[in-house]
Design a protein around this ligand. Structure first.
Ligand code: B12
Length: 452
């Protein structure tokens, strides 16, 4: 038996196909292949870089879809099904919108693959694939399953090893897709299993792709202590409340942490309250994160700051000011994301109830929706004004002048050759990608294949 794993692209550029130069390994595909019985042949095709060989013989196709790749995933699925090959879809979008995914696949898998993927393979082998598999979520790679990284060979991914320490997050931010998937669950892998996986790697920087690596400080500390003697260099995603725990900050630095993606989201505490961004509001006094940023810098952490733009208190001006804050703080990278109504989030339900959703409430399927465009009606500006203001931030942060200005920080980017290397190597790449994807259409065709 053969299973083909597919990672879909987002879509196409106005000028033609989009090749993702900043592509990272699709860890979920390697985890799925690692969970697959050894007698099953596994093939991986990454739609971000290569053509999918629809006519190559295979017995089962497994597609992982996010909301922004759902339209493309459905196109790919239709091609395989036309050829009589059964398709199973899983991942964030099928879990959050299973009825929609069911219209475009033979089987929908909700939740984590660890729990029922073996059943899917067995059922497919016997020609008895079920329409729905409803699995729970929990600790990643239970039983010490190792991802099949051999499937990444020859695909020319960035030299960064993606790995999991935990899954989920205990916070419930209203715009975030995480708690719709994990139901506020945060599960940590046994330390010895993560260490065994690290041992298999070469000398690459590790990216722990946890939703919030530091959602539970006390669970992270013993793991960080074990990392210290290994001398690895790593990055992750974590909430800003880490700065209020001095022991944790010391351990981060000692264990080789180079920095985190940190959700600052907004500079307006009213917006943070509206978003229920609890970890950003734990301090009584509001100093626009200045004390916390200083603590991150004192530990040489290079920050990838993430912002969510377009909350009800935002104006065009407040959105534009966000980029000045990001440049002044000399962040290594920054993401200026428009507030997006992802399905399964409280934000989506709220905007739907207020009749403020655009694109028929399904921007991810709409033939006219474009990446990085507003998909709802903001309070204090038009959707186009929000799109433009966010694009302004993206452009200004990624100019050569901004890259030059931000590098002059002896506590972070200039504190070691490794850090300077990361800054200089990835800034041009991230800048190019951020601007290139602006306005990208979802999927390749303007006609979505009709559901069966
Ligand atoms: C790392 C990461 C990135 C990396 C890219 C990683 C890569 N490989 O290319 C970077 C930082 C570049 C990134 C960018 C973006 N990301 Co991102 N990212 C993640 C993150 C944190 C981890 C992904 C990962 O590797 N997880 C580990 C794997 C093992 O977990 P998994 O994918 O959930 O897979 C498990 C199950 O879902 C299931 N499963 C998954 N697929 C399938 C398929 C089948 C058939 C089956 C049976 C089961 C199954 O089994 C797996 C094992 O348990 C996720 C959050 C998350 N928890 O996944 C967000 C996440 C996927 N990203 C998200 C978003 C929005 C984005 C951006 C659009 C942000 C932006 N505005 O620019 C961009 C778009 C990227 C692009 N294509 O251009 C959202 C998607 C929400 C949604 N509803 O789709 C997420 C969920 C974060 C969030 N807080 O909401 N991202």
């Amino acid at each position: 038996m053969k299973t083909t794993f597919i990672r879909p692209n987002i879509g196409r550029l106005p000028s033609g196909p989009f090749l993702d130069d900043g592509r990272m390994e699709p860890l979920e595909m390697a985890v799925l292949a690692g969970l697959t019985p050894p007698d099953v042949e596994c093939a991986l095709y990454d739609d971000r870089i290569e053509a999918i060989p629809y006519d190559e013989p295979t017995d089962l196709v497994a597609i992982s879809a996010h909301t922004y790749t759902a339209r493309r995933a459905y196109e790919i699925s239709a091609e395989f099904r036309k050829r009589g090959v059964p398709v199973v879809m899983g991942g964030f979008h099928p879990t959050l919108a299973p009825d929609e995914a069911a219209q475009h696949s033979d089987a929908v898998y909700t939740g984590d693959a660890e729990f029922q993927w073996a059943d899917v393979i067995e059922d497919a082998r016997n020609g008895e694939l079920k329409a729905r598999y409803s699995a729970p979520v929990g600790a990643p790679q239970v039983g010490g399953v190792l991802p099949r990284r051999d499937l990444f060979a020859d695909k020319d991914y960035l030299p960064i090893a993606l790995m999991q320490f935990s899954r989920g997050c205990r916070y419930g931010c209203s715009f975030c897709a995480i708690h719709g998937f994990f139901h506020h669950n945060h599960s940590v892998r046994p330390t010895n299993e993560v260490l065994a996986e690290i041992e298999q790697l070469d000398d690459r920087v590790i990216f722990f792709v946890d939703d919030n690596f530091l959602a539970d400080h006390e669970a992270a500390k013993p793991f960080l202590r074990e990392l210290i003697p290994l001398g690895v260099r790593w990055v992750s995603q974590a909430s800003i409340d880490m700065a209020d725990d001095p022991e944790l900050m010391d351990l981060l630095e000692a264990s080789g942490c180079l920095g985190h993606v940190v959700g600052f989201e907004s500079l307006d505490p009213r917006s943070l309250r509206e978003m229920r961004k609890a970890p950003n509001l734990l301090r009584g006094d509001w100093d626009r994160y200045q004390a916390q940023c200083e603590i991150l810098r004192a530990h040489h952490l290079q920050t990838w700051a993430a912002f969510v733009l377009g909350c009800d208190h935002d104006t065009e001006q407040s959105v534009r000011e966000t980029v000045d804050f990001a440049i002044e703080n000399k962040f290594c990278f920054a993401a200026f994301n428009i507030l997006m109504p992802y399905p399964g989030t409280p934000l989506y339900d709220q905007l739907a109830a207020e009749n403020r959703l655009l694109f028929d409430g399904q921007w991810w399927l709409h033939p006219d929706y474009r990446f990085n465009h507003a998909a709802f009606v903001p309070r204090n500006m038009t959707p186009d004004q929000l799109t433009e203001a966010a694009y302004y931030c993206r452009k200004k942060f990624n100019t050569k002048a901004s890259i030059f200005r931000r590098v002059w920080d002896f506590k972070t980017h200039l504190s070691s050759l490794t850090r300077l290397g990361i800054y200089l190597q990835y800034n041009p790449l991230v800048a190019r990608e951020a601007l290139l994807k602006q306005g990208m259409l979802f999927g390749l065709s303007r006609h979505l294949v009709r559901p069966r």
